[in-house]
Design a protein around this ligand. Structure first.
Ligand code: PMP
Length: 506
């Protein structure tokens, strides 16, 4: 190619880019109008069925107009999508993400001129504390409850968050109090201190039935950071992540922060919250980079049926899709269904996230870890190094003292409390599926859960988590936590809930 020819190509790309920029601005204006309209008619920002429809329309049009250009046959084949189709998907997902950012401005009182603090905006605390699309979540109810306690001296019955009211193992107190004297006050390596990595690898190999070496572990400030780090490191603009709803809201927030789109597979109470393999495989697209599993599940308490779990791992490994298993409730399995870690499949793109928060009642110490292949651990470690150098040394020593401690008593406590909640809910005629694990009962209340949660807190001092925080389709659910109160207080809370529902207050 001559320099003149290169010059011509540069001119052409310049012209195309200007056209795209003009269209991009025009599209942003239309998106802004749509955002205003959605707000006016009370619609959520994200409409996945419309997104799916648009993908179909755009892909069809591109196939027709572009024909075989740039990638041979433009249609997908068994070998995977044509490069052109994958590029269109990525671009379209980027545009859909932009629309969400533009439209979310109407939910935050900023109007269209308001500048988001970060690209995805929804990563701000406002999302989790204010609700992904404007409604309350378990965290916003928790914060409101804490405010009422601090500012008005009110006694609140906490049934909204998964914060254990029991103490960590005694060894943790000793390790923490001895840390200073022993000089555990210096930087550690970003992935975690070697003794802890060794201990976690040994524990994990036995507990998860996997072959885990210290190079497969990264210590993080809580399970939340492990989820964030894995998603930020592995997902980029235009990629897609599949989640099973109802779901912990942070998966959506982390995906948005990474510029990725979420495809939600809906699980239903009628199917005991088991997602269907057919739905999952239908949700896979050329842009799918990650499938996120969270079992035992928050909020439903479900554990995945083994055949469904195997099916998901097969779909993922056929296409090299990452599987993120958020397994922080794995010490709280209570049903007959066997729980299995994603780490046990020996799949190089599986990431298991664990935490000391729930298992060892160490929420405030902020420590968890990720187990994965070395290539993933390296990426997570880069982010850890960039963001925080290392998890505080005293906390790592506390975790080291906790590894392998018998915490089965915690699981028994929660299981007994879940029985109490379930029995009260049954008496009240509420619908729910018996939880196989975790710390929650997800009940259908037959009325708007967010409104109910607001009134329960402000009028009766009972804090519960609205179902809408876990997905658009769960507005008539609430999540009841067995973590923070003893059986008597839980019964008291359920009686108040009953009288509010009976009184037709909502
Ligand atoms: N994953 C799930 C499903 C959760 O429910 C939570 C906390 N509620 C976390 C991760 C984060 O826990 P932590 O950061 O305290 O380990």
């Amino acid at each position: 190619m001559t320099e003149d020819e290169l010059g011509e190509l540069r001119e052409e790309i310049g012209r195309v880019t200007i056209e795209m920029a003009k269209l991009f601005v025009k599209r942003a204006e239309i998106s802004s109008d749509i955002g205003r309209a959605k707000k006016e008619i009370g619609m959520g920002i994200t409409d996945e069925s419309r997104e799916e429809q648009l993908r179909g329309i755009v892909l069809d049009a591109c196939r027709r107009e572009l024909g075989g250009k740039g990638g041979g046959d433009s249609s997908s084949s068994a070998a995977g999508p044509a490069p052109q189709e994958a590029a269109v998907y990525r671009f379209l997902n980027f545009l859909l993400g932009e629309s969400a950012v533009i439209q979310s401005q109407y939910r935050r009182g900023g109007g269209p001129g308001h500048q988001p603090v970060c690209a995805a905006e929804c990563c701000q605390p406002a999302t989790e504390s204010g609700g992904g699309e404007g409604g309350p979540t378990h965290l916003s109810v928790f914060q409101a409850a804490k405010r009422l306690e601090a500012e008005e001296g009110r006694q609140i019955i906490h049934m909204e968050v998964g914060e254990p009211d029991y103490m960590p193992p005694g060894a943790v107190a000793t390790a923490l109090s001895e840390s200073y004297g022993r000089g555990h006050i210096r930087y550690e390596s970003p992935r975690g201190m070697p003794a802890l990595l060794d201990a976690l690898a040994e524990y994990g190999s036995k507990r998860f039935g996997a072959s885990i070496g210290p190079g497969n572990v990264a210590v993080t400030p809580g399970g939340r950071f492990a989820v964030f780090a894995a998603m930020s490191a592995l997902l980029g603009p235009g990629d897609e992540a599949i989640i099973m709803e109802p779901a912990w809201p942070a998966y959506r927030d982390c995906a948005a922060y990474a510029g990725a789109r979420v495809r939600a597979v809906q699980a239903s109470l009628d199917e005991s919250w088991m997602p269907s393999i057919r739905d999952i495989s239908d949700a896979v697209s050329p842009s799918t980079k990650m499938i996120i599993l969270n079992y035992p599940n928050n909020p439903t308490g479900a554990v995945l049926r083994p055949d469904i779990m195997d099916g998901i791992m097969e779909i993922a490994s056929d296409r090299g899709i990452y599987v993120l298993g958020d397994e922080i409730y794995s010490e709280y399995v209570r049903g007959a269904k066997p729980w299995r870690s994603v780490a046990s499949y020996g799949y190089q793109n599986a990431i298991a996230v664990q935490s000391f928060s729930k298992s060892h009642a160490m929420t405030g110490l902020r420590i968890g870890y990720a187990v994965a292949d070395g290539h993933v651990i390296d990426k997570i470690a880069s982010l850890l190094s960039l963001c925080m150098t290392s998890v505080p040394a005293p906390v790592q020593h506390a975790a080291l003292s906790a590894v392998g401690q018998d915490v089965s008593g915690n699981a028994r406590t929660i299981s007994e409390r879940l029985d109490v909640l379930a029995s009260e809910a049954r008496k009240m005629g509420m619908e729910y599926a018996e939880p196989d694990g975790a710390m929650y009962l997800f009940v259908r209340v037959g009325t708007d859960g967010a409104r109910l949660a607001e009134r329960l807190l402000s009028e009766c001092g009972v804090a519960v988590a609205p179902g809408s925080g876990f997905g658009e389709n769960y507005r008539d659910y609430i999540r009841l936590s067995a973590a923070c109160e003893d059986a008597n207080r839980l019964i008291e809370g359920m009686n108040i809930l009953k009288s509010m529902l009976d009184g037709g207050h909502t």
